[in-house]
Design a protein around this ligand. Sequence first.
Ligand code: TYC
Length: 95
Amino acid sequence: MGIATRTRAKPKKPSQFRVLMLNDDYTPMEFVVIVLKRFFHMDLEQATRVMLHVHQKGVGVCGVFPYEIAETKVNQVMDFARQNQHPLQCTLEKA
Ligand code: TYC
């Protein structure tokens, strides 16, 4: 097989995306903890730690996932926040 038709010797891993939670002044702390437990499978202690980190620093990482899963998590969080009339914001960025 000629060089032009050879596949890559080292296929790239599928790229990963960080799901970020953003702080705001109105969403109750308890609600953020529920979100982290429900959608990111954290236990109470872990969820509380991440929530407080976001509260103090403005932003925090909920997890790192392949693009489609990260996007689904962002949509699930935003839908759940909207349903409960909280302004909680969640986004993703390339890891
Ligand atoms: N800052 C919010 C409050 O004081 C709590 C909060 C934490 C909101 C994390 C959003 O992603 C967040 N009620």
